[in-house]
Design a protein around this ligand. Sequence first.
Ligand SMILES: [Zn+2]
Length: 246
Amino acid sequence: MQLTVLGSSSKGNGYILSNDTESLVIECGARFSDVQKALDFNISSIKGAVVSHEHGDHSRYIEQYLRMGIPVYTSQGTIDGIKFKQIRRPKVISHGRKFMVGNFKVMPFDVQHDCREPLGFLVFHPEMGKLIFLTDTFYSDYVFKQLNHILCEVNYSDEILNENIKGGKVHPSQRKRLTTSHMSLKTAKQLLSANDLSSVNNIVLLHLSDRNSNAGQFKQEITAHTGKPVYVAQKGLIININKEGA
Ligand SMILES: [Zn+2]
């Protein structure tokens, strides 16, 4: 199983979990044509797409996916927050209700973001093991057992944000929004400490802020904090996410 990153920023988010026969897309913030290219036009392998929340960088292209006949799964709150031009709608999922997409077992859970009914996803596949997908949330109360792969937002650090506000690069009003909608480096570390990392093969840092982050520093600090292989999600990143490691 492979993870392919199509984008991981406020410009657009898209991720694919795939093997030769089936794939699950996470987020519809990248064009469907990007998914086609990444899968070498093997679109019959796409079993579905899940979307975490209504913001455009995660949901902008939902209708392209629906038009191509891809089942898209998201919360009722997210559907209510999107203006659809066509009649097709995503399938409704909700916190705590497991569902299957091919052989992917998906458990949605609620997260803390500034929109209606945002979700995180715990995804299990026999080849991949357990993967957690957590983005656009300023914390998570949940603790997960025996995770094999962690995809977690690390949007900003308090130090860089403070410097940017002091230097006039970021408006002070942004602080309130960021700290109650996105995850800081400090919170990500706390979250990683709270979870059992003994079976974790990969940690992938998602959705770094353009202004308030430092990819090299974040990667180094999370590596030191966890002792695990750490990647920064960037367009074009492909990593092996088999359960047994590389
Ligand atoms: Zn968002």
